[in-house]
Write a protein that binds this ligand. Structure first.
Ligand code: 5RP
Length: 254
């Protein structure tokens, strides 16, 4: 079981562009200041825009990083590590049994139980496998990301799927109550569907906002009645669909 900690930015500035960036930077500074082990040997580095500030904060610590290996969650993440002058080691080349001291990453939305939606940047399988291999997973989220329930502001669950199975997965997602799941397009429409670092597709699957533990304890049904799910139940149901590599719901799991 990995421990999820979500670091919220300490201030709630207006959502102007620069205020949001300052908020990400502030959250990253707190996360690294509180959770980066000074003698870290293996550190996971996630993907997205917030993680840039995490790397900045690691550099600003001024600790000796010469013997530390940084494990990326995708191409962008690897470039970030290298351009910061740190040593990148791909997940599949780590010595067998290596456990990361800590892994940092961003999130698209976080609920009150600290479950996260991830995959907005399409790296979710590698993000999850790196998180799973860490003693501690630190999710750094600015003030916009925390919501009472998942799928409040962020509207769809990213799911990484084998291209050959994409249409079958879409019909199974509809059976679970997803409204209009779609294959994510690449930035240039001419290139067709976006491909992940694994060569897979991403399906964005909208669902109704998901229940948290308090809702279940209060007697609500989280088993998909009327398309309403508890986070862990829906994550498991999606993962069971043949053709799904990984689902962008991060909750306490092994
Ligand atoms: C990429 C991710 C990112 O961590 C998530 O999208 C957050 O990104 P940002 O820090 O840019 O808001 O899951 O797949």
């Amino acid at each position: 079981l990995f421990r999820v900690r979500t670091i919220q930015s300490p201030q709630r500035p207006q959502s102007t562009m620069s205020a949001v960036e300052e908020s990400k930077r502030a959250a990253a500074k707190v996360a690294v200041g509180n959770h980066y082990p000074k003698d870290a040997r293996w550190v996971g580095i996630g993907s997205g825009t917030t993680i840039v500030y995490v790397v900045e904060a690691i550099k600003a610590l001024g600790v000796d990083t010469s013997a530390t290996k940084y494990v990326p969650t995708g191409y962008q993440s690897k470039q970030l590590i290298i351009s910061a002058g740190l040593t990148a080691v791909e997940f599949d080349t780590m010595p067998l049994g290596t456990v990361l001291d800590v892994a940092f990453d961003g999130a698209d939305e976080v609920d009150e139980d600290l479950n996260c939606i991830k995959g907005g940047g399409a790296c979710l399988f590698q993000e999850k496998i790196v998180a799973m291999q860490a003693k501690e997973f630190i999710c750094v989220a600015d003030h916009r990301k925390l919501q009472p329930r998942l799928l409040t502001n962020w509207k769809a669950i990213p799911i990484e799927v084998a291209p050959i199975a994409a249409h079958r997965v879409i019909s199974k997602l509809k059976e679970l109550g997803s409204i209009d799941p779609t294959i994510r397009a690449s930035a240039s429409a001419k290139e067709g569907p976006l491909k992940t670092d694994q060569g897979f597709f991403i399906i964005d699957a909208p669902f109704k906002s998901m229940l948290i533990k308090a809702d279940i304890e209060a007697g609500q049904d989280g088993n998909g009645k009327d398309g309403v799910w508890a986070v862990d139940v829906l994550a498991r149901k999606i993962k069971e669909i043949v053709g799904v590599l990984e689902v962008g719901i991060f909750h306490g799991q092994t």
